[in-house]
Unconditional design. Sequence first.
Lengths: 348, 348, 348, 348
Amino acid sequence: MIKEYKISEIKNIKLNGRSTDCLEPYTLFWTGSGFEVNVKGRELWVEIEADYEEQEPWFTVLINGAPVLRQMAPKGSNKICLFRSRNPEEIKNVRFIKDSQAMHDDEKCMLSIHSLITDGVFCSIDERKLKIEFIGDSITSGEGIFGDTKEEDWVSMFFSGVYSYAALTAEKFKADYRIISQSGWGVLSSWDGNTANAIPKYYEKVCGLLTGDRNKKLGATDDYDFKKWQPDVVVVNLGTNDCNAFEMPEFTYTIEDFENEVIMFLKKIRKYNPKADIIWGYGMLGYKMTASITRAVNAYTLETGDKKVHFINLPNTREGMFGSRQHPGLKSHKQAAEVLSDYIMGMI
Amino acid sequence: MIKEYKISEIKNIKLNGRSTDCLEPYTLFWTGSGFEVNVKGRELWVEIEADYEEQEPWFTVLINGAPVLRQMAPKGSNKICLFRSRNPEEIKNVRFIKDSQAMHDDEKCMLSIHSLITDGVFCSIDERKLKIEFIGDSITSGEGIFGDTKEEDWVSMFFSGVYSYAALTAEKFKADYRIISQSGWGVLSSWDGNTANAIPKYYEKVCGLLTGDRNKKLGATDDYDFKKWQPDVVVVNLGTNDCNAFEMPEFTYTIEDFENEVIMFLKKIRKYNPKADIIWGYGMLGYKMTASITRAVNAYTLETGDKKVHFINLPNTREGMFGSRQHPGLKSHKQAAEVLSDYIMGMI
Amino acid sequence: MIKEYKISEIKNIKLNGRSTDCLEPYTLFWTGSGFEVNVKGRELWVEIEADYEEQEPWFTVLINGAPVLRQMAPKGSNKICLFRSRNPEEIKNVRFIKDSQAMHDDEKCMLSIHSLITDGVFCSIDERKLKIEFIGDSITSGEGIFGDTKEEDWVSMFFSGVYSYAALTAEKFKADYRIISQSGWGVLSSWDGNTANAIPKYYEKVCGLLTGDRNKKLGATDDYDFKKWQPDVVVVNLGTNDCNAFEMPEFTYTIEDFENEVIMFLKKIRKYNPKADIIWGYGMLGYKMTASITRAVNAYTLETGDKKVHFINLPNTREGMFGSRQHPGLKSHKQAAEVLSDYIMGMI
Amino acid sequence: MIKEYKISEIKNIKLNGRSTDCLEPYTLFWTGSGFEVNVKGRELWVEIEADYEEQEPWFTVLINGAPVLRQMAPKGSNKICLFRSRNPEEIKNVRFIKDSQAMHDDEKCMLSIHSLITDGVFCSIDERKLKIEFIGDSITSGEGIFGDTKEEDWVSMFFSGVYSYAALTAEKFKADYRIISQSGWGVLSSWDGNTANAIPKYYEKVCGLLTGDRNKKLGATDDYDFKKWQPDVVVVNLGTNDCNAFEMPEFTYTIEDFENEVIMFLKKIRKYNPKADIIWGYGMLGYKMTASITRAVNAYTLETGDKKVHFINLPNTREGMFGSRQHPGLKSHKQAAEVLSDYIMGMI
């Protein structure tokens, strides 16, 4: 018999992505957020609630590890079928993953999970052995993975939380992962030189870069409780937008300012993730900040004695590897995931 | 200003797939059916109507050639957004493609298009220079392209009208294509020896293998008017299920019966497609019927003098190329599309 | 201590390729001929004897399965080092393989093995479990695998006995293989319509298509003793040159003549290889003879009741897959080897 | 008519690799050394002279860009045929490339070119627009590109001057290239901690790491005249062996010593190559020295103000990419060449 379960009623559910403790509903703030269940039953539906002004949320569903469904979240509350007519005796692993990023510029943009509906039962889920946090910009948000190479419009349709180097790297380790990322932002400033749009400023909040009253009520601007989920590895992929800012004549900050921000951000990450290996992985859209980032990483290590901070170049996106909006396409993300996961493998 | 247009009101729309003349609504019977528009506007929605008992319809949407959305059609009438927030001055090419096949066993299964809703205008669409008709079984229905390799349930979720060798071959030529296919069926009989479930019996109808009153009213069992769309090439990929029938001890037909059906089917195809090259492409799930099919094709040519009938082996699906349900996966479909399109290229 | 061993003195040597019983020296007539030894020692040399007028012989050496050396055989007797300075305690598997084909047009062309020279010992060689004979034309001779795509000269340098679909198929099964092939030749006639240059005419001889007194003395024109090496599988890849002959206006034979020759050749192959599966694999340079070959194969089976004769299309060479002289390159040979070995795997 | 030409008599010849001015004979010291000619003629031979105690020289010949021949250089003077029986009216581009490295440990090892023999004429050779110098260890020497993955013996057979990342990178730019490399050596010391075996110590000599009287007479230990060939780019791929030295308990040097050597080596390279971009490319066999190398590169830049010195990680060799002797195989070298040539492309 089909029955509806609030998220808070389901014991065997894994909730992914940085969020609050609220389960009624459970809000998906960041790219790659979602839930995972193992359902022994004939069918499964999810009730989601969505809103937006400009940028509608997108999500992908994987059944037994294979992506089968990718769609826009319609406005309002909707029941979406995730599978039907299946053998009720078999357990289906289902992962619901938010494809679009937290939207700084659209305070109405919202996606939350209210309930699951099934004729079956929720079975236990194996603990994953590794936890990875990714911090980045549009590259880490998977911008440009979908869409034709000629596309220029900045729309949520072209983002992916499933095929990015971050998701692919996590997949190689069957790791839990969380993504903190914003298109156009950097360490010191955004691509257009706005120092308010810097990831480090919001790192300690649940999803502090969101705006508007509703996001505030949902807890986006609350302090994030790092103790609940301590990553084994933190990957930072930032610097690409800062590089652009330095090419703007009116930008008055210096490369030393950037390096100081890198150092301070490393200290902040270390503060909240005392045991993690921290990898600064950089290069997927050009290598120009390599010298500066390595100077900062080396200076941080010299100052703190912290040996668990690493730098590695991720390979640049080459001709034939681009997706839409001059961003890395799937081939580039796969290449970066191979280099990065090999690095992590050699480290852990 | 957003406005709703009935399909019959839209001049610049291309309707794909074998169907009736009815446009209010336009029914998508077969895999690969759908519509194509070029929209200069900010957003586009489609109103679809769907129904099902067991097997819900699935569809994929391609924007400027790139697949961005793949979802289940929910029961009833629904407005689905295909794009939003786009540059209103640019033309977006949009293709809506049915992923799931005509469902012989689910008389309620239905998908139709009522209207398009946009703030923009519908621009002209370039005529495609080649027309290809594909006739086949589950392979041509793209069964197994989606889903994990371990999946065993027969559900519409695992079918694709976008990544099958048929769709990929058409794509190489930027050709119009229509697909007549049914999972489990063959030339003489279905995989389990039921001679009622044979594609040639229904070739002359719009979608004659559908059942139930509603499908009848929709025109599925009407005679199909071949004159409206004359393919340049007809590809037949049948024989795989017949092969299985011959392995059943209770199956009393002979291999000569099969060959006679092949000959009669070729005559029927030729009758309705007088100018087309006809290619029997076979082998993606084993080569056992090669001798029998070539005997029949050669006998047909000898009897009729028809030189425009061809046989070619499509490469078998090898280890590592399988999708779900022991069916060809994407790698196998790509391989077959390369061989088949090379063949067509050398022929036309 | 370095010592020279005549071939007849070495117990643990495997001699490959169709040849005579003569071991002093052992003559390599066909593509893919050669020897295999397992040497526990520091170094190994071979004494070869070669001659030629126009087309010098080429050979490749594989050490532990990896090709390391490929060179022209210089005129006269020469000692060639195959490895040096190796760990004397380890066994090295060494295979010497003739890359260039038997040369019908150069009666001086000759390559033979006189002796091996080593400080080590010859260890036992594992028996290979499958034997495959390949019969073909330039494709089976590996013509065009070496050399730039723009090369037009017909020279032995561009042939390979190591990277052809035949060698690659054998490698997949770790099978023994023998190759009977001649560039330009066919079943009924050569590419230019000369019915004297037809492989079936010489199938019963050791290497009957060679000319001149020396080849006669070497035993090339002797009857071949098929009993000594009975293949499990015979692959025939012929028809491509016959196809060309039919396009010459002065060629007076009919397609029925060709089909009769195919039938007679199948009977001849069956006579000498009573237990083998015979596969006619065709298509690597065009599919035009498919109908004709399948008619002949089917007629042969009908007449003889022989069920162990098969037809399969090998995929055509597509753009980007060509080697030199408009012949299949390595990618095409790999593709054909995958399809063919998959076929054999399903059959044995 | 066949005629022999001393190297000094041939105007249209390009001599590659760091060497002396002596042309009678022309000695090939380093990996990748050799010559290039464009011959309009029927055949071409080369007279080489070789010697060795333990490690024989190997070479590869490319005709019109395609490798066709790879063999050991036999002891003494030998005439080797490079092509025969060709269309005498066509120009053949021929490149002779030394595959094995300069052999520090075998003072007898030697390969030189005495003359070319042809019936044709030597035509002009296009100037290449870019010059690249590569400085490295076994990776740059192409060690392990040939041979089975299980091979452990250190022998010259397994080296390649044609398929290394250095050669492949040069090929992408159709660039002239020179390679200065020695297996096992580093910046401060060799893999086993011997500071005599450091590349910078010998950088100013023609091939100063060679030993013995003959090499001295040949000019290996002479000062090298950098003015004759000024590279546009210098790539340094060193640090892998230094990393190993630091893991040896008896090694008393510090990481600061290593970094000082890097800085001093950069100064030395800059002194002799005033206009070149210098790229330190590192990581193909592990990333452990990244922090140390970037510290040194950054310190060098800070001290000198030299902005044309770059650091980039080349991707590590991953499972399935290894060649023999646990060294990078062809896949790894291709991957590194893609990353490196993309870097150079973005820089020049």
